[in-house]
Ligand binder design. Sequence first.
Ligand code: COA
Length: 195
Amino acid sequence: MTPRVRIPKAHSDGSAPGMISAPAAVYPGSFDPVTNGHMDIIRRAARLYPRLIVAAVVNPNKRPWLTLDERVHLLRLACAGIPGIEVDSFDGLLVDYVHRRGAALIIKGLRIVSDFEYEFSMALLNRRLRGGVDTMFLPASLEYAYISSSFVREVFALGGDISEFVPAPVLQALKKIPASSRAWPARRPVEGKTR
Ligand code: COA
């Protein structure tokens, strides 16, 4: 029987038929290093956005433990196999980067109530700056709400077990850093990367 209504095929990126193909969202952060808390946000955002750009930032206000190359390398290891994810890095204003990449939205995770004030002002600022970009917040899952990169760095430097807090491939790469070079702010190359 001939269909009475012509039903367009879905876009290859999964967006609804008849709609413009879904633009990308950007999840920015220091990722120094990427933790299971970040991965929780990445996995959930990837289900909402067929194209998710996870972007490590060059933050002049922070003295990083890992180099930008290392942070990107670990993100790639952690995100391998999750469909629709692109790992990248950027310098400069986040809104400029979002426009440059043709993305439509910033994704941020909110872990605890105290994150809110800072994140809210950043979101307002990012709506005001150069053309403006909106931010979507995802609440951290309860089991990850207390994890932060600095907590992971400190436990690791003091010889504690971080296997619960970072993805397995990230743990393997970090374990290759000699114990004598693990303390923040010392910067040591992760296996497979040079500075
Ligand atoms: N799970 C675990 N940890 C999380 C987390 C989550 N879901 N969400 C945030 N964190 C932690 C991070 O690990 C980090 O911990 P640390 O301070 O112990 O290292 C901390 O929260 C802060 O996160 P960070 O990734 O450093 O992000 P930020 O909130 O400071 O903002 C940018 C980072 C990239 C969004 C911001 O610096 C930026 O936009 N930079 C570009 C310059 C710019 O445009 N500035 C003007 C806009 S304000």
